[in-house]
Write a protein that binds this ligand. Structure first.
Ligand SMILES: *Cc1c(COP(=O)(O)O)cnc(C)c1O
Length: 362
């Protein structure tokens, strides 16, 4: 009996990429695959994204894993490189670097490279994480253009901090700050993450960088992917391994956090924080069994979760499948019940979970 399994719907993945192109027509797509493609499986997901123009990852190891998997598309390193010794690896594997500081620029200028490096210049327009200061832009731009180690077709980018909130003015401020700096430059421009693609069409530019939305999940506050025409790619499922009756007033699970108010039945489900399910999911966080929602009760354990199935009118029994999130239950909703964001739940899937890749025939 297969227990914790992440079913990955590759047809939904291709569908979402098409939908992204509908939302941002005429842009090129850098498909963001960091953190094991948001928990969906790096190489498998990349192999199914033929229509993406480039891939983006956060770490050099992730980029090398893509090349080892036979992927030949351009690969962009979102944080560039971390020391000078990385540069030959970038050149040898044809990786592109987003650069964000003086150390990186100086390393490029003063290294002996076998070929020119493709560079994206990141400007900090208000996120205050990575990126050069707006005042540094002109000098960086000129130095990159003058550097023999750099492909003269540099690209210009920035990153949003609040694009998930359509009521915040921050994104407009960031777009304006970016435009002011780069408007006279002919280079390709890239601003939008998923939330930019969905909420800020004026940010689409020449390239977009969607991550979460490719997996069918919404980055927007209080929204779910289907509201943007997306289909969830992951279905996290497991099975019921026991059903038991519980008298009124009995406490359930570690710490006895929850107690029954009346006589009820519990389904014990083979999933826990050892699989990446969030331990702080509150009482009432939904799961789906036999097409119906039931709430979890008591603390999530490492390997098990207890679900209140009431008087069990549908006859739930051992072996029944349980959907923890997926098409029947948005991961956005589970994340809200656990006080976190869907990004974290997807990335947290542990190696104990097995993966099934499904593609519907065209
Ligand atoms: C992760 C990341 C993205 C993708 O963000 P989503 O919200 O998942 O679309 C885009 N750009 C940068 C720089 C990132 O780090």
């Amino acid at each position: 009996m297969r227990l914790a399994t992440a079913e990955i719907n590759l047809t939904a993945l291709s569908y979402n990429l098409k939908q992204i192109k509908v939302l941002a027509p005429g842009t090129r797509v850098m498909a963001v695959l960091k953190a094991n493609a948001y928990g969906h499986g790096l190489v498998k997901i990349a192999q199914h994204l033929n229509d993406a123009d480039a891939f983006a990852v956060a770490r050099i190891d992730e980029a090398l894993a893509l090349r080892a998997g036979g992927l030949t598309k351009p690969i962009v390193l979102l944080e560039g490189f971390f020391n000078r010794a990385d540069l030959p690896i970038l050149i040898a594997n044809n990786f592109e670097a987003i650069i964000h500081d003086e150390n990186q620029l100086r390393a490029i200028e003063t290294s002996q490279l076998d070929a020119r490096l493709s560079v994206w210049l990141k400007i900090d327009t208000g996120m205050h994480r990575l990126g050069i200061e707006p005042e540094q832009f002109e000098a960086f731009y000129q130095r990159l253009k003058a550097c023999d180690n750099v492909d003269p077709k540099i690209k210009l980018m920035t990153h949003f901090s609040c694009a998930d909130d359509v009521h915040s003015t921050q994104t407009q401020v960031q777009i304006a700050a970016f435009e002011r700096l780069v408007q006279s430059k002919p280079e390709a421009k890239c601003l939008a993450n998923s939330a930019g693609v969905i909420g800020w069409p004026q940010s689409h530019g020449d390239w977009i960088r969607p991550g979460l939305m490719m997996y069918g999940v919404s980055p927007m506050i209080n929204q779910v992917g289907t509201e943007h025409g997306l289909k969830p790619v992951m279905r996290l499922k497991t099975r019921v391994i026991a059903v038991k009756s519980l008298a009124a007033g009995e406490k359930v699970g570690y710490g006895g956090r929850w107690h029954s108010k009346q006589q009820t039945q519990l389904a014990i489900v083979a999933m826990g924080y050892g699989d990446g399910y969030p331990r702080n999911a509150r009482d009432g966080t939904p799961v789906v069994i036999r097409g119906k929602r039931y709430g979890i009760v008591g603390a999530v354990s490492m390997d098990m979760i207890t679900v209140d199935i009431g008087c069990n009118p549908d006859g739930i029994s051992v072996g029944d499948e349980v959907e923890m999130w997926g098409p029947a239950l948005p991961v956005e909703e589970v994340a809200a019940c656990a006080g976190t964001i869907p990004y974290e739940l997807l990335c947290n899937i542990t190696p104990r979970v097995s993966y099934d890749y499904l593609a519907e025939p065209d």
